[in-house]
Design a binder for this molecule. Structure first.
Ligand code: FMN
Length: 347
């Protein structure tokens, strides 16, 4: 008999369409957390602190952006054992995202394809929830991932990131700049060598002003795509060094369908996550690490479904890891399993 209660929950959730299952989970989770049920079924939170980007992470396993976009249940995710939770992507104004269906399961590959398109309630709704948190400060690290509104022209994208940065600055532990979602038209072009240095230097300047204003420095990390050429990854790494960016998250989802084109839903448009993304994201981490040489920390994301997958990321050069699709397929017990494996290795 299967003793993992998640096997039962998963069999129910997987009968629902993916977005309904997602919504139901986010609705139930705060209640499950408050009732004490969550912690009674899960192993104790693994404590093995890591100092990265000047912040003390209780353990190196984070929830990747996109699952709790509007910050509706980050306390529950912290209680689930995550050392940190990345909220967002949020945009300055609320927006509905793409028409449904826009999220697909590929169980044969332990993968998802999504083209949500930054559906979110807008940065102010998130700030309101974070404001409440700061009055009863929870111990975990909370990052906020920022994007641009779909209808903001690309040449004015920096204004959206500046709005987001200013709004969340007093409440976020770190900020992630998302230039790598495949579901906002042309967003990934901002990773190009012709635009990236200027965009990052503008954000760095604002970070300095805000540090002076609030007496607290909130680190900024850049989240990049797995579909960049090795040469492009190296150029980005050099730009990160030149601009003294605090961290880099590698990677977002992929537009490559080679591994899944034969599967049901395998050719849906959007970003592919889960197992088929693992190797390409690890390759990006290795390439970044070769240039960065430990001077800027890497947060590894993409295809972590087992502790071994997470170890591949840290061995490639990541200091922390993030999980999304693995949580859907393997359940919350995965968090402690990964944390134990990473903590058994020297940081
Ligand atoms: C349904 C879904 C929505 C996502 N939304 C976002 C998002 O809003 N912002 C972002 O930076 N990444 C987003 N991601 C990407 C994840 O944060 C993560 O980087 C990616 O899925 C790779 O990790 P995984 O293989 O563990 O899922 C999303 C992923 C999924 C599956």
């Amino acid at each position: 008999m299967d003793t993992d209660p998640y096997a039962v929950i998963r069999s129910i959730l997987f009968r629902l369409d993916p977005e309904t299952a997602h919504r139901l989970t986010l609705t139930m989770l705060p209640w499950v957390h408050r009732s004490g049920l969550l912690t009674s079924f899960l192993p104790r939170k693994i404590e093995c602190p890591r100092v990265v980007m000047g912040l003390r992470f209780p353990n190196p396993v984070g929830l990747a952006a996109g699952l709790d976009k509007d910050g509706e249940c980050f306390e529950a995710f912290e209680a689930m054992g995550f050392g940190f939770v990345e909220l967002g992507t949020v945009t300055p104004r609320p927006q509905p995202g793409n028409p449904a269906p826009r999220m697909f399961r590929l169980p044969g590959a332990e993968a998802l394809i999504n083209r949500m398109g930054f559906n979110n309630q807008g940065v102010d709704a998130l700030v309101e929830r974070l404001r409440r948190r700061s009055s009863q400060k929870s111990p975990g690290i909370v990052g906020v991932n920022l994007g641009k509104n779909r209808d903001t022209p690309l040449e004015r994208a920096v204004e959206d990131y500046l709005i987001g940065l200013r709004r969340v600055y007093p409440y976020a532990d770190y900020v992630a700049i998302n230039l790598s979602s495949p579901n906002t038209p042309h967003l990934r072009l901002l990773q190009n060598d012709s635009t990236l240095p200027r965009l990052l230097s503008t954000l760095k300047e604002e970070q300095q002003h805000l540090t002076d204003e609030y007496g607290r420095r909130v680190p900024i990390a850049l989240k990049i795509a797995p579909d960049l050429s090795p040469d492009e990854v190296e150029k980005i790494a050099h730009t990160l060094l030149a601009q003294e960016i605090d961290g880099v998250i590698a990677t977002n989802t992929t537009i490559d369908r080679t591994a899944v084109a034969h599967l049901p839903h395998g050719t849906e448009e959007g970003g592919l996550s889960g197992t088929p993304l693992g190797d390409s994201s690890t390759a990006v981490i290795k390439r970044l690490s070769a240039v960065l040489g430990g001077r800027i920390p890497i947060l590894g994301s993409g295809g972590i479904l087992t502790p071994e997958d997470a170890l591949a990321k840290t061995r490639a050069g990541a200091s922390l890891v993030q999980v999304y699709t693995g949580l859907i397929y393997r359940g919350p017990a995965l968090v402690a399993a990964i944390a134990s494996a990473l903590c058994a290795e020297a940081p």
